[in-house]
Ligand binder design. Structure first.
Ligand SMILES: C[S@@+](CC[C@H](N)C(=O)[O-])C[C@H]1O[C@@H](n2cnc3c(N)ncnc32)[C@H](O)[C@@H]1O
Ligand SMILES: [Zn+2]
Length: 275
């Protein structure tokens, strides 16, 4: 079983009749009708609606579903295909999965999707609900990435795309020789959008810091140009950490500039757990 109880850390078992999960101490968690599991007990919630707001989720959903980041998703799936652990099932977890866009892409581009056991975790319940509705062949839970209620060494690969994570938890969840695939922005990511906001745009440092007990296998740079329409540009802006710097005047300029092409730039870092 992949899950452990978020209250007492004992294994969670499936109760076939009720489709719920319970531990030996009788803590009980229902499976929602959409198929996801809420493993974030109310007493552990720091706010009423933790995680990204509905507006941020809507913006990200509209932008991603329009396919603008598809080449990056395809590259991710390519890396996973190369490392698929045939002939056994490959257990994969998308940490901070949001609405599960990348999980669906990985299934769609997989060479052998029947051998994938896909999981996603996010603290935003609405995002997990949407993810579960859209992908029957994946299992999603609501929980914090600081305290991931999965059994030790359950996963072969962990995916972290623009999401917060805890190094110790990442290491605990991976098998020895397990893989960590991280996506971070490359030096020219969204350059033309930043030009509206900063007086002088600077190139970012490229390295994704790896947790201590991991070593680098490969680092791949994926960059391409996109041309989102006016509404999609605003959605993209909302997805960025610099959105708050864009005042009404800047937003207006971004919205009304003609034929704006924007560079994307991603660094895909693949590392392996040493022990
Ligand atoms: C920038 S989004 C990235 C989502 C997705 N990986 C993507 O690239 O589209 C960050 C995600 O992390 C989630 N998140 C933030 N803090 C979290 C935490 N402590 N535990 C779990 N998820 C968290 C948010 O709800 C959000 O869905
Ligand atoms: Zn328990």
């Amino acid at each position: 079983m992949p899950y452990i109880c978020p209250i007492c850390q004992n294994p969670l078992m499936l109760h076939q009749a009720s489709k719920g999960y319970y531990c030996s101490k009788k803590h009980h968690f229902d499976l929602a009708k959409e198929g996801y599991l809420n493993l974030l007990p109310a007493q552990y919630k720091k706010s009423k609606q933790p995680g990204d707001s509905r507006a941020m989720m809507r913006a990200r959903r509209n932008f991603l579903e329009a396919g603008f980041y598809q080449p990056m998703a395809k590259a991710l799936a390519g890396i996973i295909n190369t490392h698929q652990t045939a002939p056994t099932e490959m257990h994969i977890l998308d940490v901070g999965c949001g609405e599960g866009y990348y999980s669906r892409q990985i299934e769609a581009y997989s060479d052998d999707s029947k051998k994938l056991d896909l999981h996603g975790i996010d603290i935003a319940k609405n995002a997990i609900l949407a993810a579960a509705k859209k992908q029957d062949n994946a299992r999603f839970i609501v929980a914090s990435t600081n305290n991931m209620p999965y059994a030790d060494q359950y996963f072969d690969l962990l995916l972290r795309i623009y999401a917060p994570a805890n190094d110790q938890e990442i290491s605990r969840l991976l098998k020895p020789q397990g893989l960590l695939l991280i996506v971070t922005p490359g030096p020219r990511h969204l350059w033309q959008l930043k030009e509206f906001i900063y007086k002088e745009v600077k190139e970012h440092a490229v390295d994704a810091p790896l947790p201590e007990d991991f070593s680098l296998i490969e680092s791949q740079r994926v960059s391409f140009k996109i041309q989102p329409d006016r509404d999609q540009r605003m959605a993209l802006l909302q997805m960025t950490p610099f959105a708050w710097r864009a005042n009404a005047d800047v937003q207006n300029k971004i919205q009304h500039s003609h034929d704006l092409q924007i560079e994307t730039d991603f660094i895909l870092t693949l590392a392996v757990k040493k022990k």
